[in-house]
Design a protein around this ligand. Structure first.
Ligand SMILES: Cc1cc2nc3c(=O)[nH]c(=O)nc-3n(C[C@H](O)[C@H](O)[C@H](O)COP(=O)(O)OP(=O)(O)OC[C@H]3O[C@@H](n4cnc5c(N)ncnc54)[C@H](O)[C@@H]3O)c2cc1C
Length: 510
């Protein structure tokens, strides 16, 4: 039963506040569960969005629309169980302060517990520290938990020392896989497996009334400093949406994971070919925590998994480990957000030609595989991983443009745009990053397209001007000459490769 405000006033039972951030689901949400247990179901959901974010240079209205849809879905799911979510237009620190002042003034009890799941990005860590200090000053209990990674950055180290983190993927992955099959990993995965049963109930609409408080009952007849901003954000943001937004929410993510699981044996063979949908497309859900890696792992047979190459499911899990590796790098080297991991390349003298950059952004470079990728990004908010590598290599090593420009453009357009893997992917492609992708290994875009889109199916899907060009010609610098309205290549790959080698060499010796 939901309680009315007067009941809340009259009983001294504690209530809790769960601060949602990038954990937009109920099942297997450890911080939410702990809060719910401690407050005996009297837990309210809270989400703060500070609209100053709207002016960030890498802000994406499309990604925000998907995020808001995920919040709508979460709110409905909480309400179906007697709970609630309030979305406020305010910075978290201000929001907590206002909420607590409101409780004190109105004779309400302050929340006894505040919970959240940990985030590892530099901005978030700083924000969380400030919120923690404020709540400590108010004597409010805080409970924080691991959530969107199977292993937190300080759990996979070379030694006991926190500073002794892995800088190269292979040894990191070897350790990650060994932990996966040991008690720590197995316990976490088993726990998640139990939580997954929830989705069968959600699917059959058989949910218990687990939560005992709603914001409405809590605020009845009072002047509350925050109107619910969810619909306000949605209607303002929807005007700026440029693509079709995929369905959101934890149930959708769960179903998509189940579908992918049934096809996982094809992953190894298909994952590099952008024309056939061989990958999971789960990154957009992983980004906001509608789904977490532990949940995915709990659906796979893990006993035979190793870090070495070994079949489809194994390869897929290695990709999950890449994601966690990049989080570890960002945690231990937060400066990568602004500069090269390998400081030897921090001062590279990029040519940064704005006109070439524009051609890359709009997909008119005359390199069909690059243009198809860039147009896929603009039209759908997603790009296949192989093509991400090709276009990133092309921007940095053919056009000699700073990887940070490309990183920013990706963040503006990717629905799965996520600082750690995006920064890691860009620094890998530009050879400025942690893993040894040497600067002299330069992708040849013509060979890449011949190998990974031999029939030109992917290229033709996004570049209709090339529809009648024979497949073979699509992988040849002279080939698209006959195509009406399609540009000639804006640079010569061979010549640019030499320039790139010289650029990197100079930076290494200066
Ligand atoms: C330049 C560049 C930028 C990138 N930017 C992002 C980004 O902003 N957000 C993002 O989630 N991924 C990014 N990636 C990694 C990768 O391209 C995407 O995760 C992947 O394409 C998502 O599709 P999927 O879910 O079908 O992947 P799948 O192949 O099904 O892989 C499953 C999951 O593993 C993780 N994963 C897969 N490949 C990688 C990888 N190379 N690095 C890190 N994690 C990986 C993702 O979480 C993915 O959802 C980037 C890669 C490059 C080269």
């Amino acid at each position: 039963m939901t309680q009315t405000k007067s009941q809340i006033r009259n009983d001294s039972a504690p209530w809790g506040l769960h601060w949602f951030r990038r954990d937009l689901r109920i099942a297997g949400n450890e911080a939410l569960r702990t809060n719910w247990k401690k407050s005996n179901g009297r837990t309210l959901g809270f989400f703060c969005f500070d609209s100053t974010f709207l002016s960030r240079s890498d802000f994406s209205h499309n990604r925000f629309a998907f995020f808001l849809d995920s919040l709508v879905s979460l709110k409905k799911e909480l309400q179906a169980q007697g709970g609630d979510l309030l979305v406020v237009d305010c910075s978290p620190l201000e929001a907590f302060a206002k909420l607590i002042q409101f409780c004190e003034k109105d004779g309400q009890q302050k929340p006894h517990f505040v919970s959240w799941n940990r985030d590892y990005e530099p901005f978030a860590r700083n924000r969380d520290e400030q919120v923690k200090n404020y709540l400590d000053s108010q004597n409010i209990d805080i409970s924080t938990h691991r959530d969107h990674l199977l292993f937190e950055p300080y759990e996979i180290l070379k030694s006991e020392k926190i500073t002794d983190f892995y800088q190269i993927y292979s040894p990191y992955a070897r350790k990650w896989f060994s932990q996966l099959t040991q008690t720590l990993g197995q316990d976490r995965i088993k726990q998640q497996k139990k939580a997954n049963e929830y989705y069968h109930n959600l699917e059959n609409k058989k949910l218990d009334q687990n939560f005992k408080l709603t914001w409405k009952s809590f605020l009845e007849n009072t002047f509350f400093p925050f109107p619910d901003a969810l619909e306000k954000f949605r209607s303002a943001n929807n005007k700026n949406v440029t693509i079709e937004i995929p369905p959101a929410g934890s149930l959708v993510a769960f179903r998509q994971m189940q579908d992918f699981k049934n096809k996982i044996e094809n992953y190894q063979d298909k994952r590099d070919f952008p024309a056939s949908p061989g990958t999971s497309r789960l990154s957009i859900y992983l980004k906001n925590g509608s789904l977490v890696s532990t949940q995915i792992l709990s659906e796979l047979k893990l006993d035979q998994m190793t870090w070495e190459p070994k079949g489809s499911a194994n390869q897929f899990v290695k990709e999950i480990a890449w994601r966690e590796f990049y989080y570890s790098i960002l945690f231990h080297r937060p400066d990568v957000e602004k500069t090269s991991f390998n400081l030897q390349y921090a001062q590279l003298k990029w040519q940064n030609d704005e006109n070439l950059f524009k051609r890359w952004q709009e997909g008119t470079t005359g390199f069909p595989i690059v243009d198809a990728g860039m147009r896929e990004l603009l039209q759908t908010g997603w790009m296949h991983n192989r093509v991400r590598m090709i276009v990133a290599s092309f921007l940095t090593k053919d056009l000699l443009i700073d990887w940070k420009w490309g990183e920013n453009h990706f963040m503006k357009h990717l629905l799965d745009g996520d600082l750690a893997p995006n920064n890691g992917g860009w620094q890998w492609a530009a050879s400025t990053g942690c893993d040894p992708q040497p600067y002299f290994r330069i992708f040849n875009p013509w060979l890449q397209s011949e190998k990974f889109d031999p029939d030109g199916q992917y290229i033709k899907k996004y570049i209709p001007e090339l529809k009648h060009v024979p497949a073979k010609a699509l992988h040849d610098p002279e080939g698209s000459r006959s195509a009406f309205k399609y540009p000639l290549p804006i640079v010569d790959h061979k010549a640019q490769k030499e320039k790139a080698l010289a650029l990197y060499k100079t930076s290494r010796t200066s």
